[in-house]
Write a protein that binds this ligand. Structure first.
Ligand SMILES: *Cc1c(COP(=O)(O)O)cnc(C)c1O
Length: 361
């Protein structure tokens, strides 16, 4: 079976894990945590990186640090992974859904302002499947209405908007290191910010809100959202391979787009003129998506459907109408996108997909 996205772990990761375990520092104290945070911050070109136990806890930590509280509203795209919405509910706040664009799949900036009320506290744009959001109008709207911006960049590590890496535009950017993400630590996440006070607040809340200079003196209600030294040991080796991983992902995407470009019945993974995508999962839009998935499975090719739009899920149900999100949720298909994928495998997937979908000119 050709997997959708598998981790790419090598000798460097194993050496770091061994060193971390041998040192005895297997919880969250230890040298690797700080080293990983420093190199991650340098990669993104931001001042602070605060590691967490997952991408979901990174989002919750970010929203908590910004003071999102019960009764607040937070704007998110209707098409995203559910963790974006869950993290808002974990603050007892309300996710307010906005439709995405049909063309590049991220939150539609033209539909944000109609959802802003006097309870709105923040916007969480999600860079979906590696595609950067159109950040300029989003930041302008946030500025105009006095809203925070938390970028959910879990799927877009290294992606760029107008030449600058996503995650560095908002007040805080959040990342995930789950096993299928661009780099992995097993489970894990990261918050980044250029704001010293927010960084300090996130470090405090991450560690049970314990005063940094006075042990067991807890100044607030905090969490245990710390990353372990063993996870960070993996992360450090991974972040050093990130440029290579991105180059591979982009090369795979180029090959997919080239080999599938002749078929009228396949909409290719878009890349806007202002975007450089890391193509977390190279994705296409096809009719009869679920049938296509089954046929590909028979050929030994594993794929994923796009996320189910948030408004279709029981906890976030609403009837306001999200046509672009509905369309993409029904037609979107993630193709195998691992950094270990070979050109032959990409060709094989394309050959089978073209045969199943047909419509070759
Ligand atoms: C993966 C992901 C997350 C959550 O990350 P976990 O590490 O699995 O908690 C959040 N948002 C998006 C868009 C994701 O894809």
């Amino acid at each position: 079976m050709i997997p959708v996205c598998e981790p790419n772990i090598g000798r460097e990761e194993l050496e770091n894990i061994t060193e971390a375990v041998k040192s005895g520092w297997i919880s969250s104290a230890g040298e690797f945590v700080e080293k990983f945070e420093k190199e991650f911050a340098r990669f993104l070109g931001v001042k602070h990186a605060i590691s967490t136990s997952s991408g979901t806890t990174a989002l919750h930590l970010a929203l908590s640090a910004l003071g999102v509280k019960p009764g607040d509203e937070v704007i998110i795209p209707d098409l995203t992974f559910v963790a974006t919405a869950h993290a808002i509910r974990h603050c007892f706040a309300k996710p307010v859904l906005v439709d995405v664009t049909r063309s590049y799949w991220c939150i539609n900036p033209d539909r944000i302002e109609e959802k802003i009320t006097d309870k709105t506290k923040a916007i969480v744009p999600v860079h979906l499947y590696g595609n950067p959001c159109d950040m300029k109008p989003i930041l302008e709207i946030a500025e105009k209405h006095g809203l925070f911006v938390v970028e959910d960049a879990a799927e877009a590590l290294g992606s760029e908007y107008m030449g600058r890496k996503v995650g560095s535009f908002g007040d805080i950017g959040c990342f995930s290191f789950y096993g299928n993400k661009i780099i992995t630590t097993g489970e894990g996440g990261m918050c980044v910010t250029n704001n010293d006070d927010l960084a300090e607040r996130m470090r405090l809340l991450r560690n049970q809100a314990m005063h940094p200079k006075r042990r067991y003196y807890h100044v607030d209600v905090g969490y245990n959202y710390r990353m372990t030294n063993v996870q960070a040991a993996i992360g450090l080796a991974q972040v050093r391979k990130l440029d290579t991983f991105i180059a591979i992902k982009r090369a795979n995407a180029r090959l997919y787009s080239l080999l599938l470009s002749d078929c009228d019945d396949i909409v290719l993974h878009p890349e806007e003129p202002w975007a450089k995508s890391t193509f977390w999962m190279y994705s296409v839009l096809v009719d009869k998506r679920d049938k296509v998935m089954l046929e590909l499975k028979k050929e030994g090719i594993d794929t994923r459907p796009f996320f189910i739009p948030m408004h279709q899920l029981p906890p976030y149900h609403d009837n306001n109408g999200y046509p672009a999100s509905d369309y993409l949720g029904m037609h979107g298909l993630n193709l195998p996108s691992s950094t270990r994928l070979t050109d032959d495998e990409v060709s094989f997937v394309c050959e089978k997909l073209l045969k199943i979908v047909g419509g070759k000119r």
